[in-house]
Design a protein. Sequence first.
Length: 343
Amino acid sequence: MRLSVLDLIPVRTDQTTGDALAATVALAQAADRLGFTRYWVAEHHNMPSVGATSPPVVLAYLAAQTSQLRLGSGGVMLPNHAPLAVAEQFALLEAAAPGRIDLGIGRAPGSDPVTSYALRGGRDDRDIENFPEYLDDVAALMSARGVRVPLRSGDYTLKATPAAAGEPRLWLLGSSMYSAHLAAAKGLPYVFAHHFSGNGTEEALEVYRSRFKPSELAAEPLTFLTVNAAVAETREEATALMLPNLQMMARLRTGQPLGPVPLVEEAAVAELTGQQQRIVESGLRRAVLGAPAEAAEQIRALADRFGVDEVMVNPVASARRGTDPDTAPARVATLELLAKELF
């Protein structure tokens, strides 16, 4: 069983962005020490609870402070960026950390419509419509051959970097049947965002595996799952640590303004609507949650159910009052306790 980590760089009510980033470095170093396979950083924008706005910047920082982990984006939201810029960033990361870089690409905006409009410089949604072509462009630009552009004076070649010795591993991310079909058609490794809602995972993976066409990037279907996780010495403590994140997501899904991730004590006295409480309860049922042995068995069951040998955990545990702001001990403990049971 392989375990990996997805990190949104959560920002708690007691933290600055710098504090949250320091906690992420410690979490990545723990994952590196414990033998986790990958450490992926998300892309979200203008969210008070999420510090992960620029995966390549964070990955460069983490590459200098870890030695074994594969580091990647989970993912770069391609409609927000020029394909050449993405290819250049990740080709340079691969040159700096050879054999350690994954480029996970998604189609969602990673933010609200106003922020997305600002990110794209006022462009419309045609970049979303052109997503399949842009995906091809990124792959070709990172390859040794580059992209040939026909001009009247002859062909012009574009490359992400002058003399690549290797290429980042390209992954397509998604939470819908669209992404499953696209990954299969293009022969790409695929990750289903099971941590979003848990709906449609089985169907998406079946489509991906049954319709997969081998390519230069993958000879056979290659996939794993993401899941939210909080592990502590008791199920009660794990639940208390997970509630702040779930309450925040419940507010997001019911149209309420977002704030930073609450502390455990703040979540314990929070008032929720009936709809929000149902969202929280659903999240508790879907997550990897509990004492170490219980949580490890949940991961094994997920892997068996969906036929994968790797699970990527999003350690969503918050913290209690008095925790040093630049640390996230409950998130580190989630990794340590899972590693002890599964490695």
